[in-house]
Design a binder for this molecule. Structure first.
Ligand code: RRO
Length: 303
């Protein structure tokens, strides 16, 4: 096995795979399944100050080999209830946690950060949810993105990153403004606004009408975003969007990612997706003669 260990914001991770937010992240039990599947670090479901039910089904459409569209609508147990899940998880596993936070206002982010921000190892501000009203606004404005980053940084003791989406003019400018405001890392990217139509019913399939596209169809878009962000910022990037193999992960490292998120593939291959990606990545590195991941990061920018 090649050396897959990485350092992310001062944390040593046994491997660079990150459970993406939104899958297996809303309870201690689900997080434990991802930890057992071999993830290097786990991102929780995005948490809001109060419990949210989310959108009614159908809230997921499968696009087969292209991936899927979801419009979950941010269902989550709320900060108070979730603090108990983190406590339970902490007793069951040593895999580090990224606590994902979402909100409609700066105050929402601050409330959640105050309650659970320090219970994990890292905080990620979800500035890019495509499925709720105003969900993408923070990630589409350099001013709002930097304001929320700065304020959350003031009240938590752990590294703080931001998750950005592709539905913006220049994602690298948003990333740069967050870095300037003190962000410790960038996660790129969230899902892309998308639609599926039911031809028989002559209307959108999802109750929310539009949703977020994830999976293989998102990969080239995500790679371009990571590539542009790497050229602009110095802080590490967690790259994600359609990664389902070791070679997919290698592309993200070469584009500039320091770690890789695994999400949609878990629906088809299960929690062992982390082990599968790590084994394939290790094989690829051995074949190519890379001694560690640092040797691969940003390689596509040379020449
Ligand atoms: O819950 C969702 O509908 C959702 C969220 Br918060 C997000 O950030 N990205 C996504 O694709 N779905």
């Amino acid at each position: 096995m090649a050396n897959l260990q990485i350092n992310l914001c001062g944390l040593t991770l046994k491997n660079p795979t990150v459970l993406a937010s939104g899958i297996l992240g809303d309870s201690a039990n689900a997080l434990k399944r991802a930890a057992d599947g071999g993830a290097g670090i786990l991102t929780t479901k995005s948490i809001t100050p109060e419990k949210k039910e989310g959108h009614k089904p159908p809230n997921i459409v499968s696009l087969k080999e292209l991936g899927m569209i979801n419009a979950m609508g941010l269902p989550n147990p709320g900060a108070e209830n979730f603090s108990k899940e983190i406590e339970i998880f902490r007793k069951q596993s040593e895999t580090p946690l990224i606590v994902s936070i979402a909100g409609k206002t700066v105050n929402d982010y601050l409330k959640v950060a105050e309650k659970i921000g320090n219970l994990g190892n890292v905080v990620e501000l979800n500035l890019s949810c495509p499925n709720i009203e105003h969900g993408m606004e923070f990630g589409q404005s350099t001013e709002l993105a930097s304001e929320v980053t700065k304020k959350v940084k003031e009240i938590v003791n752990v590294p703080v990153g931001v998750k950005l989406g592709p539905n913006v003019g220049k994602i690298e400018e948003i990333a740069a403004s967050c870095e300037k405001a003190g962000a410790d890392f960038i996660t790129a990217i969230n899902t892309m606004p998308a639609l599926a139509i039911d031809l028989e019913k002559e209307k959108p399939i999802l109750t929310n009408k539009t949703g977020g596209l994830s999976g293989p169809a998102l990969k080239p878009i995500a790679l371009a975003c990571v590539y542009k962000i790497y050229k602009t910022v110095k802080i590490p990037i967690i790259g994600l969007g359609g990664i389902s193999s070791g070679k997919d992960a290698a592309e993200f490292f070469m584009a500039g990612a320091s770690a890789v998120g695994i999400g949609t593939v878990i629906y088809t291959k299960g929690p062992n997706s982390f082990k599968i990606v790590c084994n394939e990545l290790s094989e690829f590195m051995q074949e190519k003669g890379y001694a560690n991941l640092n040797e691969m990061i940003g390689l596509a920018h040379k020449g």
